[in-house]
Ligand binder design. Structure first.
Ligand code: DAH
Length: 345
């Protein structure tokens, strides 16, 4: 290799040199500038050269040596600066920054608001297991084994001798309450439910429901309607109206779907209500006498109503969140918007 080529090689090496630790910096110094280092060896060879070559290469050689020295100084400063104790800067008398803390999840906030409306009406809060047996999720609620209504709720089954499943609705909790409590019963059951659905902006395989149940002597459909009207106005404002559309659920008879005047357009028609002026908010009905009997309550003496709503659905109407998936991503930029003041920066 000619001396000129060797100089070029070392120039590149110096330019690319990097060191993370003090040992690496020292290794570079020894390899380049040490007594047996590459640059030092070059100068030894230089001494043997003709005057003509010396003239041609002398300057480059000096520049290489200076570059190697400068690089070494730089690397030395870089590694020692990192390792040194941090220098205190700024005004030490300034108040400390408060720590960032979390806030309640929007679904939790909405669940609490729903629960509060019913608590004020004298409802208790009840809960049941998320892994449920067939009796509580289906059988007692009037879904016979081969009944096609079971297909309405795509179930996640759990491999178990008892035929357990993830509950598909919180209606299972009304069965548990009625089995253990004498009327009068006024209870709401918030909780997580699961359905085998493809995840999209409009559907998720897990979501939240709040179930309501009122059983006493002489409970009427008019009371159901009045209760739900009060609920809608409490949550969305006195100007909203509700309407009931006949529907079908195995556990209620008669059954209805509850619509509320669209809060986005005020009932004029928009994309959210698909130009109808109404948005669906829940299902409801009079508890089927067979369900009361299944749970040990005499339907000749007692009657009741029940309703069930999706918390994400109510949250969507309250907050206008277009995509359900946002509730599960836990992106702080999304969550902080629902802060009840507990999010601080
Ligand atoms: N369980 C129903 C569902 O998940 C919702 C529901 C409808 C609950 C009517 C009720 C009711 O209590 O009366 O789709």
């Amino acid at each position: 290799m000619s001396l000129a080529d060797r100089i070029a090689e070392l120039e590149a090496e110096v330019a690319q040199a990097a060191a993370a630790t003090a040992e690496e910096v020292e290794r570079f110094r020894v390899a380049m500038l040490g007594r047996k280092g590459a640059v030092t060896a070059l100068f030894d060879a230089f001494k043997e050269m003709s005057a003509e070559d010396k003239k041609a290469l002398g300057r480059r050689m000096n520049e290489l040596k200076q570059a190697a020295q400068a690089r070494w100084e730089e690397m030395k400063a870089g590694t020692t600066r990192q390792g040194a104790a941090p220098v205190q800067q700024g005004d030490p008398t300034r108040p400390v920054a408060t720590e960032q803390t979390g806030g309640l999840h929007p679904i939790t906030l909405v669940r609490q608001r729903i629960v509060r409306v019913f608590e004020r009406l004298g409802y208790t809060v009840s809960q049941g297991p998320e892994v449920e047996d067939d009796h509580h999720n289906f059988g007692a609620l009037n879904f016979p084994p081969e009944h096609p209504a079971r297909d309405m709720q795509d179930t996640f089954f759990v491999e178990s001798p008892e035929g357990l499943a993830l509950r598909t609705h919180t209606s299972s909790v009304q069965v548990r309450v009625m089995e253990h409590q004498e009327p009068p019963i006024r209870t709401i059951s918030p909780g997580r439910v699961y359905r085998n659905e493809a995840i999209s902006a409009r559907a998720h395989c897990m979501f939240h429901q709040v179930e309501g149940l009122y059983v006493d002597k002489g409970v009427s459909f008019a009371e159901l309607k009045g209760t739900l009207d009060h609920f809608a106005k409490s949550l969305f404002g006195p100007e909203v109206a509700i309407r009931l559309r006949p529907s079908y659920f195995p556990f209620t008879e008669p059954s209805a779907e509850v619509d509320m005047s669209c809060t986005i357009c005020g009932g004029d028609g928009c994309a959210v209500c698909k130009q109808s002026g109404w948005v669906e908010i829940m299902g409801c009905g009079m508890v089927d006498p067979a369900v009361l009997a299944n749970c040990g309550i005499d339907p000749e003496v007692y009657s009741g109503f029940a309703f069930g709503m999706g918390v994400e659905r109510i949250a969507q109407l309250l907050y206008r969140v277009p995509d359900l998936r946002l509730y599960w991503e836990n992106d702080v930029r999304f969550l902080a918007q629902f802060s009840d003041g507990s999010f601080r920066n």
